[in-house]
Design a protein around this ligand. Structure first.
Ligand SMILES: C[S@@+](CC[C@H](N)C(=O)[O-])C[C@H]1O[C@@H](n2cnc3c(N)ncnc32)[C@H](O)[C@@H]1O
Length: 309
């Protein structure tokens, strides 16, 4: 079960043309996608992407009721332009990215995302390619590991943790989630707050294994270039690194309206021209927070492709 976050806020801001074409770049269990499809008229379509083949398999079942209005494609949203071309779509009315992992991915121990469940240390959203988290922790140099844990996990004890990982792997390979969680927990001197001591290290590894920030940058650029005039892109983030990347990308594309004499910047007409729909990111309301703790850190940013002057 995956409870979609900021659902009503997203629907109100994203679906402006019921007969339009929409992309859900992070289909997951299809929670957001189902509600978007319900708002569409018979001409409207939704293309759902996910790099996890299990998400595609599951939503082929759950979205069956929408017939040909729902199209699922296995792939990375970074490649949305090429993926959508395979079904004859190059321009769309709206795009949703709801970042991170889904509850079912976290819940299945075999996927290796959870420090609370013993499983193989995998963490790949797309298990058909790339290096697993076990490959990362067993093969990377100590300094590279420390840098990843520091930069992507914002973990202050990154050096100590990287040292402990390198020491532990001297006699054996680290292959299991609980093994890694114990090594990290010990390096941090045990549990001190409400969060598990391995939370940030696991987040960092997951982001590195799946090259999440690189995909996000590429997906934002691809998405903005596919929007029709008046089309919108909505992004839900769950931590500061993702939100910063979205904020900065949107900012780069918002053409400054201040004249040069007033100290503004030169307009760059090469860029797709977009405007912010909400200047400040939207957060979950109190009622949603009470029902879904995952919504606590969620932020929704939306931009709209401007009409030509
Ligand atoms: C938070 S869940 C989405 C949940 C979905 N909105 C719902 O309501 O069920 C994120 C999903 O996006 C997928 N994902 C993450 N990064 C991706 C990427 N770069 N390309 C495609 N799918 C991605 C994950 O595999 C996961 O299934």
């Amino acid at each position: 079960m995956h409870v979609p976050v900021l659902l009503n806020e997203m629907l109100n801001l994203l679906v402006t043309n019921p007969a339009g074409i929409y992309i859900d770049g992070t289909l997951g269990r299809g929670g957001h996608a189902t509600e978007i499809l319900k708002m569409l008229s018979p001409e409207g379509r939704l293309i759902g992407l996910d790099r996890d083949i299990e998400a595609i398999r599951q939503t082929e079942e759950t979205l069956k009721e929408f017939g040909e209005q729902a199209i699922q494609i296995h792939g990375n949203f970074a490649d949305m332009k090429t993926l959508c071309k395979t079904v004859g779509v190059s321009e769309v009315d709206g795009i949703l990215l709801d970042l991170g992992v889904s509850s079912p991915q976290l819940d299945v121990a075999e996927r290796g995302f959870s420090f609370g469940k013993d499983g193989p240390l995998d963490m790949r959203m797309d298990q058909s390619q790339g290096r697993s988290a076990a490959d990362w922790v067993n093969e990377e140099e100590e300094e590279a590991l420390a840098n990843v844990i520091y930069q992507l996990g914002e973990e202050r004890d990154s050096r100590r943790i990287a040292r402990a990982i390198v020491q532990a792997r001297e006699g054996r390979r680290i292959e299991r989630t609980l093994d890694l969680a114990t090594i990290v927990g010990r390096a941090k001197g045990g549990r001190r707050g409400p969060a598990h001591p391995a939370t940030k290290t696991f987040q960092a590894l997951r982001m590195a294994v799946n090259a999440e920030l690189e995909s996000l940058e590429a997906g934002l650029e691809a998405g903005l270039s596919m929007l029709r005039e008046g089309g919108r892109m909505a992004v839900i983030t769950f931590h500061s690194l993702e939100d910063r990347a979205v904020k900065q990308c949107f900012k780069r594309h918002v053409v400054k309206r201040v004249s040069l004499q007033q100290g503004g910047e030169e307009l760059n007409f090469d860029e797709p021209s977009v405007q912010q729909v909400n200047r400040k990111p939207l957060r979950a309301a109190r009622q949603e927070l009470a029902n879904n703790p995952r919504a606590r850190s969620a932020k929704l940013r939306v931009v709209e492709r401007k009409m030509a002057a």
